[in-house]
Write a protein that binds this ligand. Structure first.
Ligand code: UDP
Ligand code: MG
Length: 155
């Protein structure tokens, strides 16, 4: 689809343990974001060093990595208009107690690192993170009969 963006989401181990995978996926589906990739990922120490490189000097870095490696995570690539910003809006602020009511983090979580979701925070990050976690052949382009109703004319 022209003029759409793709973004990477990870459903963290707390989402899996708390049986919230379906509820969270449903929030993105209902917005009209299209799932173009989805799989379990067992994160490694090396992957997390890269993924959370911006936090490597923080005191919580080691425990954050341990938290993320407790179970597999669910990786998703979502496509839609302004998908990167729209997904961040639906996810809410990092600290769930500062997140706006109605966001996934505010509605379903209470603390860090267990704030349920990772979502790319910009175009550069989205491109790098999709590449980090998905092979080209794991991303799918397909039509849905609802595309016209969700994305509007000219698709
Ligand atoms: N985090 C944490 N303690 C903090 C800040 C962040 O454990 O004080 C964790 C939290 O799980 C967060 C992740 O580190 O989601 C990545 O932090 P970032 O600042 O990139 O926030 P995000 O982009 O996930 O909102
Ligand atoms: Mg971040």
């Amino acid at each position: 689809m022209p003029d759409t963006q793709k973004t990477l989401v990870l459903l963290k181990p707390d989402a899996l343990q708390r049986d919230l995978l379906g509820d969270i996926v449903s929030r993105f589906e209902r917005k009209g974001l299209k799932l173009v990739g989805m799989k379990f990922i067992r994160l490694s120490d090396e992957m997390l060093d890269e993924h959370y490189a911006h936090l490597s000097d923080k005191p919580f870095f080691a425990s954050l990595k341990q938290f993320m490696m407790q179970t597999p995570v669910v990786g998703m690539v979502l496509e839609g208009y302004d998908a990167i910003g729209e997904v961040r809006k639906i996810v809410g602020s990092t600290n769930p107690r500062e997140a706006d009511a109605g966001t996934i983090r505010a509605d379903f979580s209470m603390n860090v690192p267990s704030n349920l979701i990772h979502a790319s925070d910009g175009e550069e990050a989205a491109a790098a993170e999709i590449k980090r976690f998905f092979q080209d052949e794991e991303l799918f382009q397909y039509e849905k009969i609802t595309d016209r109703f969700i994305f509007g004319e000219g698709i």
